[in-house]
Every structure is written in C-alpha cells, then in structure tokens.
Ligand binder design. Structure first.
Ligand SMILES: O=C(O)c1ccc[n+]([C@@H]2O[C@H](COP(=O)([O-])O)[C@@H](O)[C@H]2O)c1
Ligand SMILES: Cc1cc2nc[nH]c2cc1C
Length: 351
C-alpha cells in the first residue's frame, strides 16, 4: 500500500464518545475538571479506543535507529559509532530506556532503519536497513524521497505487526548521533523559525561545535531549499531515516487506533512530519515532556501539543514518553474505578 492510501485509512475521533466521557468524568467524586490534563488524556484515549471505560494498556517502546552523514561536520559531542553501540546496549537491557520502560511496564524493540554498520541478528532487533546512514545534508539531500517514504512505511508496518500482537499504546524513541542537527533543520524549515533559536547543545556540545552546528543547519537549508509546504521534501532533504521511521510509527498508531506518546526533540520532529502529512494523526498524539533542547517548544507550539512534564530531559530513546505511559493508565483507572457522586452518596455542586 502507498503512503497516501495508508493515510486515507485514519479516522477522526468519535465526538460522541468524547462527550460521553466528559459526562462520566463530571459524575465522579471530584470538583468538575479538577484532574486537569488527566481528564484530557482520559477523553482522548476513550475516544481512540471507542469506550468510556477502556481496558488498561499494553505498552511498547519502539526505538528507531539511524545514522546521519552530517555527523562529519563535527556537530555532536559523540562519535557516530555510539549509534550501533547503543543499539546493542538496548538489546542487552542496559540503557536508560530499558530501566524506564521496565518501570512503566512496557516492552521494547529497536528497528534499524539506517545504522551505518551491519548489526547482528537479535530477537528484539528488527533489521530493516534502508541505507548505511543518510548523506551529509550540507552537501545535498540527506536521502531520496523514495527512501524517506520507505522508512515511513516501515514505521507503519511495525505498528501493524504490534497491533496484531495486542499492543495498545506506543512510545516511539530515537537513537542517532547528530540527529538534533536534522531535527533543528526540520523545525526551522517547517515552522519558519530562525536557525539560532532551534539549534541546541544536543548531547552536550562545546561552543566551537555549537557554532559548527548552526552553520551546518544554515548550509543544509541553503543548499537543499526544502519546500515548507511539502513535509516529505523537508524530511528527505534535511531529515533522518530514524525520524522518518518514527513519523511512520505515529501515522501507523492513528491507522491502527492506538494512542502514541510523543517524546522529546527528535520524536517531535517526527510528529511534525506525521502531523503535516496526515493531519488526522494529531488526534492520536499525547504530549509527554518539554525537552531541554531550546527548539522543542517551537515544535510543540506548531503541533498544538501540551507537554505534561518539564524535567530537563534530553536523552531521547522515548525516556520522557514512557513516564507519561504510566499517566495514561492512571487516566484510564480514573474512568474505570472512581466512584460517582451517586454511588458514594457525596453531595453535588451548588448551583
Ligand atoms: O529527545 C531529545 O530531546 C534529545 C535531545 C538531545 C539529544 N538527544 C539524543 O542524543 C542524540 C543526538 O544528539 P546529537 O548531539 O548527536 O545531535 C540522539 O541519539 C538523541 O536521541 C535527544
Ligand atoms: C551514550 C548516548 C546514549 C544515547 N541515547 C540516545 N542518544 C544518545 C547519545 C549518547 C552519546
């Protein structure tokens, strides 16, 4: 199926269920609206699952991994070898996301969509390499439009498989040295935000690398002239294979009817692509945190996503998203387990 055909399958949320969930929330023993954003999550997931009292979620973290040719410009604090090394760390259970996913009750898989070296055959590693990393975007397009579309479809197919396995809540994460350079270019291009406002310190670069990074983003935009009205063009020219893969996961979540929690700077760059290619997919996205990367707020504003946490996280890997996965279950338990004013014999509001 083509990407266009996939996107056509996305259904808008059922307003009637949103209204019924609002009425149910207002019947529960609390001042109206007092559970704030937990009530918003409750209404959103009820509408996605088609039930005012949905079952608890079955959670999956999917880390998309890919390398970036622009790393050659000296824009990261770490060498590109860290990308495959961290993939093996995920497989061995030793990374931050392994610990935090376990804490949240989520299982994890990693998809190699563009790591620069071959990786071994391992049980939770899905090998779908499209290229050995992107090309250096300061010299020309990072990838072809076809490669970008292929990576998007790999994301969609991954969700199709997970949906068959009974997964109902998704957290896309990223691993890719130098990918904050790409994500900065994406928001600069799509949101028309000045480059110096969206370039941050990524993995913790010094002043010299920071200057090179600003230069690299400026050059990539000048050389490629991405069309801000064509997000596939932006993705192909200045994006990354793992960013495309995450955007595919987000579109797939909407197609297969599951909420998707949006992590930090790179995952939100993917959400920009998904949300512009498939506007209806935005209704399936749940914001998680505000990253320490200064450009993140522009992305969230562009998408109209409210972050729930501000914790100075800047690790990526879906680490912020898994914190909010627990909140999704909490919102569901509120709908399922709280007593109503009538059940508990509590007096309702005065008029
Ligand atoms: O998600 C974020 O907000 C975030 C912010 C800064 C860095 N990262 C992670 O760090 C890597 C990219 O940083 P850099 O400096 O190599 O561009 C990549 O693997 C990301 O997952 C992630
Ligand atoms: C060690 C390390 C772990 C990461 N996880 C996501 N991006 C990362 C970048 C580095 C450098």
């Amino acid at each position: 199926m083509s990407l266009e055909q996939v996107i056509k399958q996305i259904k808008p949320l059922d307003q009637k269920i949103i209204e019924a969930t609002q009425a149910h929330l207002d019947s529960l023993t609390k001042p109206q609206g007092s559970l704030g954003m937990l009530e918003d999550i409750g209404k959103q997931v009820a509408a996605i699952y088609g039930s005012v009292k949905p079952p608890l979620t079955k959670k999956k973290v999917v880390i998309m991994a890919g390398d970036h040719g622009v790393a050659a410009e000296g824009v990261s604090a770490y060498p590109p070898e860290v990308t495959p090394q961290m993939v093996l760390n995920y497989m061995n259970g030793g990374a931050g996301i392994n610990v935090m996913a376990n804490h949240a009750g989520a299982s994890l898989i990693c998809v190699d969509v563009g790591v620069a070296v071959d990786l071994p055959d391992l049980p939770n590693l899905i090998r779908k390499k499209i290229a050995y990393g992107t090309k250096n975007m300061t010299q020309g397009p990072a990838m072809t439009r076809e490669e970008a579309e292929k990576a998007l479809l790999i994301g969609v197919e991954t969700v199709e498989q997970l949906s068959k396995e009974g997964i109902t809540l998704l957290a896309p994460g990223d691993m890719g040295i130098a990918n904050t350079t790409s994500s900065a270019a994406i928001i600069a291009a799509l949101g028309n935000v000045p480059v110096e406002q969206v370039v941050g310190r990524g993995t913790g670069i010094n002043d010299e690398r920071y200057k090179r990074k600003i230069e690299a983003v400026r050059k990539a935009l000048a050389v490629n002239k991405p069309d801000s009205n064509d997000s596939l063009d932006v993705l192909a020219k200045v994006g990354g294979l793992e960013i495309a893969g995450m955007a595919g996961l987000m579109i797939g979540a909407a197609v297969y009817g599951m909420p998707v929690v949006i992590d930090g700077f790179n995952a939100t760059a993917a959400a920009l692509i998904a949300g512009t290619l498939a506007p209806l997919s935005r209704a399936y996205m749940i914001g998680s945190h505000l990253s320490a990367e200064p450009g993140h707020k522009f992305m969230l504003e562009y998408l109209g996503i409210k972050p729930m946490l501000t914790m100075n996280l800047r690790l990526g890997e879906a680490t912020g998203a898994v914190l909010v996965m627990s909140m999704v279950d909490c919102a569901i338990k509120i709908l399922r387990e709280m007593a109503t004013f009538e059940d508990a014999g509590v007096s309702v509001a005065l008029t």
